[in-house]
Design a protein around this ligand. Structure first.
Ligand code: ATP
Ligand code: MG
Length: 411
């Protein structure tokens, strides 16, 4: 069993820097979890604590059922690809990859098989006799991955393993990591600051900011139900647009207004806002670029530049004195532009009542999940998404938990 569990783990450096703050997470056996967030948010520190290279200042870390706070890195059965892929400079690529296996006294023939297989899958066979200094950054990174994959550990830790590769190689390696995962079928904890990488690789994503977990969920959950404005802006590209708006509630029906544009919210959103006891007033209105319509009525906007992306067009506009992006499919089947978007022209933006995300102007929490701690949205969203496997009793339990939470935290 290679479950990894964090219980209220914090890490302070020099008493003044809080790198990781009250981190609570359970990574399931054989799960692929991605830690994502901006530079300095504590991703590497979290990973290094699993590896045993940093000790938690407070809290507990378990691998399987074993408390590992005092277990040395070498006794943890983990393999790690470091952010700076430290290779042994005096060894060839072959020796670098073989080193961990030699230490564990594998027979020569098995070592040779494993090294050559790893080299083949990473496309570095022709580099096996070279020393690291004669490699490019991307090649070194692949050697570092090779060194880790031959180990077949219980837990695989990867810290930005693709950051030095060009876009094409990165896509290729991403696919390679997915294949690797199927082949070695172990628990992966993967760190990146790239949300696309997180979305494509992770079974679940942990979004961090300033050492604090903002949300844990599947790629779909964090995209569709971002817990707060930070997650909403971080996940999805181009990023979500934000407007100043007002939430109205008339005869129990919620609608949202931005300037003169007003739209009644979808039934699903109405229900959640009612459950949360949302109150009318100023709100931050989030709309993804692909959900904005450019037309004759709505929020007034001025067209700026447009970027032709091939199948779609990213139209940049200014509305409410800020930059807004709308993604439109601008071509017919024959590749002719359907519409012109002349720079400087006045236009209007609108959106549907099912596509808006509403955030508190002060706390920036998603109003549909406002009363719930970010890490708990996952559980509650799970309860909302029909799950054929979930039996009735567990559903009841979850609903009960939500109910108890709301009772404890009346708005
Ligand atoms: N050894 C250290 N001594 C003091 N501060 C540290 C140390 N290691 C990390 N930090 C600080 O802890 C915070 C988290 O660092 P960490 O390396 O975990 O961030 P990260 O999310 O991996 O960032 P990046 O994406 O840039 O790699 C940062 O503010 C960093 O400056
Ligand atoms: Mg890092």
């Amino acid at each position: 069993m290679a479950r990894v569990r964090f219980e209220q783990v914090s890490k302070f450096f020099d008493k003044s820097v809080t790198a990781v703050d009250a981190f609570d997470l359970e990574i399931k056996d054989k799960e692929f979890v991605v830690l994502v967030g901006p530079s300095g948010c504590g991703k590497s520190t979290t990973l290094r604590m699993i590896a045993g290279l940093e000790l938690p200042t407070t809290g507990k870390i378990y691998i399987g059922d074993k408390l590992v706070n005092d277990v040395l890195p070498k006794d943890r059965d983990i393999a790690m690809v470091f952010q700076n892929y430290a290779l042994y400079p005096h060894m060839t690529v072959y020796e670098n990859i073989a080193y961990g296996l030699r230490l564990r006294k594998f027979p020569k023939r098995i070592i040779d098989e494993k090294v050559r297989e790893a080299a083949r899958s990473l496309d570095i066979t022709e580099l096996l006799d070279r020393k690291p200094k004669a490699l490019s950054g991307g090649q070194r990174q692949r050697v570092a991955i090779g060194r880790a994959i031959v180990r077949e550990p219980q837990v695989f830790l990867m810290d930005e393993p693709l950051s030095n590769l060009d876009a094409k190689l990165r896509n290729q390696m991403r696919a390679e990591i997915l294949t690797l995962r199927e082949r070695i079928n172990t628990t992966f904890v993967y760190v990146t600051h790239d949300q696309t990488e997180a979305m494509t690789l992770g079974d679940r994503i942990v979004i961090m900011k300033d050492g604090v977990i903002q949300q844990v969920g599947t790629p779909q959950q964090v995209f569709v139900h971002p817990a707060n404005r930070f997650v909403a802006g971080f996940i999805g590209t181009p990023q979500m647009n934000f407007f100043r708006g007002t939430l109205h509630c008339e005869e129990g029906v919620f609608s949202v207004q931005v300037e003169n544009f007003r739209v009644v919210l979808s039934e699903e959103k109405q229900k959640r806002l009612r459950e949360q006891g949302a109150l009318p007033g100023e709100v931050i209105v989030g709309v993804r670029p692909e959900h904005l319509q450019i037309g004759d009525s709505g929020i007034s906007a001025r067209i700026g530049v447009r970027e032709m992306m091939g199948s779609s067009i990213h139209v940049h506009l200014t509305a409410q004195d800020r930059d807004v992006v709308a993604v439109v499919s601008g071509m017919d089947d024959a590749g002719h532009l359907l519409r012109e978007f002349p720079a400087g022209a006045q236009t209007s933006l609108s959106f549907s009542g099912g596509a808006v995300h509403l955030f508190d102007t002060e706390t920036e929490q998603n109003l549909e999940w406002k009363a719930v701690a970010a890490a708990e949205t996952e559980e509650i969203i799970h309860a909302e998404i029909p799950d054929v496997k979930a039996d009735l009793s567990s559903k009841k339990q979850k609903t009960g938990k939500l109910f108890a939470f709301l009772q404890k935290n009346p708005k």
